[in-house]
Design a protein around this ligand. Structure first.
Ligand code: HEM
Length: 147
């Protein structure tokens, strides 16, 4: 029985990391889409194509991945009894930052579809550092487990 649970834990972890990769890919791609989108003339057919691409990326990749990463991550935390571990609590706080960033991107996509271009291309490129730095800290926490 223990062996089955150990195998299940590894399959959960494999699924978790696979969807982490999909989610991170979306978190990096969407701000890039915004940059190119904002270079297209407002009301043009190219503008409409970018609106459609952004919607599809969120609907098909980013939202499902966010839910699966959280679902499998919490299943791992429960079965591994990690909730009292310092590394896990720091990881959870960092993942909440990534999730808040995801929500902000979703809001920006809606505004952009309505024609509101609030940030410059340079600001959007700078923002793209957020998921990179946060993901690096998350992976260090979960692999090294420093405390
Ligand atoms: C969404 C909330 C998340 C929760 C609750 C969560 C929880 C966990 C737990 C409990 C483990 C198993 C740790 C172990 O067995 O040593 C794990 C593994 C892992 N998580 Fe997450 N995680 C979440 C999101 C993320 C994110 C966003 C990333 C990366 C950006 C990530 C990267 C990883 C990696 C790389 C592993 C494998 C670690 C290993 O094999 O030692 N997780 N996660």
């Amino acid at each position: 029985m223990m062996q089955v649970l150990a195998m299940l834990y590894l399959w959960l972890k494999a699924g978790h990391v696979i969807f982490v990769i999909f989610w991170m890919a979306g978190l990096f791609m969407l701000p890039r889409f915004f940059v190119y989108h904002q270079e297209a003339p407002e009301g043009s057919s190219e503008n409409a194509i970018w609106v459609d691409r952004e919607r599809k990326l969120m609907k098909i990749i980013m939202w499902p991945s966010l839910f699966v990463v959280w679902g499998l991550g919490l299943a791992l935390a429960v079965s591994g009894e990690w909730f009292t571990q310092g590394w896990f609590l720091v990881k959870l706080a960092l993942v909440l930052v990534l999730s808040a960033y995801h929500m902000w991107l979703a809001g920006y996509a809606v505004k952009l579809a309505q024609g509101q271009r609030q940030l410059t291309g340079r600001q959007l490129r700078l923002l793209n550092e957020v998921p990179g730095v946060t993901a690096a800290l998350i992976v260090i926490m979960v692999i090294v487990k420093p405390f």
